[in-house]
Design a protein around this ligand. Structure first.
Ligand SMILES: [Ca+2]
Ligand SMILES: [Ca+2]
Length: 783
């Protein structure tokens, strides 16, 4: 194979929509894709002779996109695991179990906002969700920095990442220098290490090679970030912590006789005996650099990956070795058996580890480029269903069958790495902290393509900048990253999104099909599939024109100039929803009547099914927007959309540093109109114990303490308090004396000043219910 690397495409270190070098016919790779332009704007394009590896590569960007979840103005994007909310998910429907996988996949997208919003979420807003399951978020955040080169951003995340790390302190055993948790909390319910306990679903507490390697990697990442921050004290502290964890794993979890890393029970195990079964998690440590490269004994573990009695099966590694009495290769339960099934979550890790073995430890009698390709190919081949690329929760090791594959639930499941296996492992793009581009492909040296001489060539923005006759490691100097300093600052946000499914922004429609809901059109998810379903449609409506409206909230008037519709169509499937004939926008005027928005035009001019339709109009101030869908009556088709977005400047305030309470993320608190309130409304009824008013996206350039004015009312002659959480890092209690004007009344002189430590970038200031009642109008950060 001749390898050409197209730097402007492959090296996303350049945070700009730079000139690109095009060898790949992009359109041919995107046939049948919804929103093809998004992929052209965001993904690297590759060609791989292995058809399945390539098909799954492009598919996995579509599956990732389905799970990119716009979570609210000021928050931006998070990533979900399931296509719909599940009861055990945490804030903004997130689950941290695969957050590391999500970031490793997402780091290859050209627009850095998606990944940086998500990292910022975990480091400042995730809260208790950060310790719901084992995680390698700090490691992944640093890996993202290596791709983007955005140093300011990663430095700003240090305190939050340290806070997350310390959130695990109560699960650290100092006599062993290792962390413990149950298999369940390591994302593995029924498994060889849990079936042997009194609680086969969760399993007992234990020391696991997976989680401890992840915590080692998190500590290393924090130490590297601290070094970049010139914070020697933190760097040394985390280097020391990392060294201890690593020693713990090597001293206690490795078995010289059985040549593998094992789970070790914490309870009733005075002799520190290791599990009787090899589990796939024992192959995770290599990708995180835990085994000692000087000691050849560790490489023997790889023999078990290729052993038919070990992990080797038709559709990828089994979750535990097949010779184990706990192994079950014929599991048919839809959920939660990790004692046999092939599991993308683990396979992605194992392929990362296999590539790390070849690059950092060396080839062995069983590990080489050819066996690496076999394992990667098998992983790609596994990700098909009915002849099309597909991923769900778990796959049979022997049969062409997705075992855990719930309808309208685990389709396109976002719980694993694959894109990173292709770009980072197979093609060997190894992002560097400095301005070099390092590539070290794991590709056999044969084949021909591109009408050129054999070997490896690197093109940078159209120019040949590196060439060598054979495949192998190659490094070139690249220009420094062009980082838009203000990029991550929230300047334009979507005012329509409401992932809670209640209160404001509130959707409504003149008619809604029984197969759809209005809420799914504002839930931040863009999913064009028939199943999983995520849409509003007017299917079966008796009307020729149906409207869909979005109400920002009582008194909450915003200046807007566009509406973006993600057009749903199932006409190609023989169903009856397709592009409307025409879409018009009306806005609610100050006098309460509906008026046409002025000078409406659409991009594109003609609606394209399963794509974006944007309606532009003259800027107008309104509290409520109505979209009229003129359906295609002639062909008897109805209208539909998977999402509507109203992007507009954010925040809309007169003074720099001001954020309206009604613009925040609210739980059990009510937006209320008031003539005296800033922005036309305030937030009251902060009464329930779980009530929160979160000011999102509060931007400061510099990490330090700020005076923050909080404009409020307290209508009774009694002091009130609210409990503050600042970025989930710091907490304090704020006291609000009675106000003279009474409830719902505000003025420029009635505020308290809080001294609040803020971090560089987007901050989350969360007010929670305290004693008595307070109504909040706005805050102003004095810069
Ligand atoms: Ca949606
Ligand atoms: Ca207000």
């Amino acid at each position: 194979m001749i390898l050409k690397v197209f730097i402007s495409i492959a090296c996303l270190a350049v945070l700009t929509y730079a000139q690109t070098t095009n060898f790949v016919d992009k359109d041919s790779k995107l046939v049948g894709f919804a929103e093809p332009q998004w992929f052209k704007d965001n993904i690297p394009f590759v060609e791989v002779p292995d058809r399945q590896i390539e098909e799954v590569f492009y598919y996995r960007f579509t599956s990732h996109k389905r799970h990119m979840h716009y979570s609210g103005a000021g928050v931006g994007y998070t990533v979900t695991e399931f296509v719909h909310k599940v009861f055990w998910s945490q804030k903004f429907d997130t689950i941290n179990a695969a957050a590391g996988h999500h970031i490793y996949e997402s780091r290859w997208l050209r627009n850095p906002k998606y990944t940086e919003d998500y990292i910022n979420f975990w480091s400042r807003e995730g809260g208790a969700g950060n310790q719901q399951y084992s995680e390698w978020i700090a490691n992944a955040a640093y890996a993202n920095f290596l791709v983007t080169g955005n140093k300011d951003f990663i430095l700003s995340q240090q305190e939050g990442l340290v806070n997350n790390f310390n959130g695990w302190n109560d699960r650290y055993e100092p006599t062993l220098d290792m962390y413990f948790l149950s298999p369940h909390d390591d994302a593995m319910e029924h498994s060889a290490s849990s079936e042997q306990t009194d609680d086969p679903y969760h399993g007992g507490l234990g020391y696991r090679p997976s989680f401890n390697s992840e915590m080692y990697a998190n500590a290393i990442a924090i130490s590297k970030i601290a070094r970049l921050n010139n914070d020697t004290r933190t760097a040394e502290e985390f280097e020391e912590r990392a060294a201890k964890i690593r020693k713990g794993v090597l001293d206690y979890l490795w078995d010289d006789e059985r040549t593998f890393f094992y789970h070790m029970f914490r309870e009733n195990n005075t002799n520190n005996e290791l599990l009787d079964t090899r589990e796939e998690i024992g192959l995770f440590p290599w990708r995180f650099g835990v085994p000692d490269p000087e000691d050849p004994k560790y490489a023997r573990a790889w023999e078990h990956l290729f052993d038919p009695q070990g992990f080797n099966s038709t559709y990828g590694p089994t979750t535990c070795e097949q010779r184990s009495p706990w192994f079950d290769g014929n599991q048919t339960a839809m959920c939660c058996f990790w004692n046999g099934n092939s599991w993308p979550y683990s396979t992605g890790h194992v392929i990362n580890s296999l590539a790390a073995q070849i690059r950092n430890y060396g080839t062995t009698n069983v590990v080489n480029i050819n066996t690496f390709l076999e394992v990667l190919h098998k992983y790609a081949e596994t990700q098909f269903k009915d002849g099309k690329p597909y991923v769900a929760e778990c796959h049979s090791p022997y049969r062409k069958l997705w075992v855990c594959d719930s309808r309208n639930g685990s389709e396109h499941y976002a719980h694993s790495t694959y894109v990173d296996n292709v770009l980072g492992d197979l093609l060997g793009i190894i992002p560097q902290a400095d301005n070099t581009f390092l590539i070290s492909p794991l590709i056999p040296s044969n084949g021909s393509k591109y009408n050129t001489t054999p070997g490896m060539k690197i093109y940078l923005n159209g120019e040949l900048v590196g060439s060598q006759p054979a495949l192998g490691e190659m490094s070139i100097t690249i220009p420094p990253p062009i980082v838009d300093e203000s990029y991550a600052r929230k300047k334009v946000e979507n005012y329509a999104a409401n992932l809670n499914g209640f209160d404001y922004p509130m959707p409504d429609a003149s008619f809604t099909s029984i197969h759809a809901t209005v809420w799914q059109a504002v839930d931040g998810r863009v999913i064009y599939d028939h199943i999983p379903s995520n849409r509003w449609t007017s299917f079966d409506s008796p009307n020729d024109v149906d409207w869909f409206s979005v109400d920002f909230g009582p008194g909450r008037v915003k200046t807007i100039d566009q509406v973006t519709i993600h057009v749903y169509s199932d006409a190609a499937l023989g169903n009856d929803v397709d592009c409307p004939e025409r879409v018009t926008i009306e806005v609610l005027s100050a006098s309460g009547s509906w008026e046409q928005a002025q000078n409406q035009s659409s991009t594109p001019s003609v609606c394209v099914p399963s794509d974006i339709l944007t309606i532009h109009f003259d800027p107008v101030k309104t509290q409520k927007v109505r979209i009229s869908f003129h359906r295609n009556v002639q062909e008897n088709l109805w209208a539909g959309m998977t999402e509507v977005e109203i992007w507009a400047p954010w925040p809309q305030v007169d003074e720099e540093g001001t954020y309206e309470a009604e613009d925040g993320y609210l739980i059990n608190a009510a937006i209320t109109a008031s003539d005296t309130a800033s922005g036309g409304s305030y937030v009251g009824q902060i009464e329930a114990d779980d009530a929160i008013v979160e000011f999102t996206g509060v931007w400061v350039e510099e990490a330090k303490e700020y005076d923050v004015q909080v404009y409020y009312s307290n209508g009774v002659q009694q002091e009130a308090t609210l409990n503050l959480s600042i970025n989930n890092v710091k907490t304090q209690v704020a006291t609000f004396p009675p106000t003279i004007n009474g409830w719902g009344q505000f003025d420029q002189n009635t505020y308290v000043v809080l001294r609040i430590p803020l971090l560089r970038g987007n901050n989350a200031i969360i007010f929670k219910h305290g004693d008595n009642l307070v109504e909040l109008d706005k805050i102003r950060v004095l810069v």
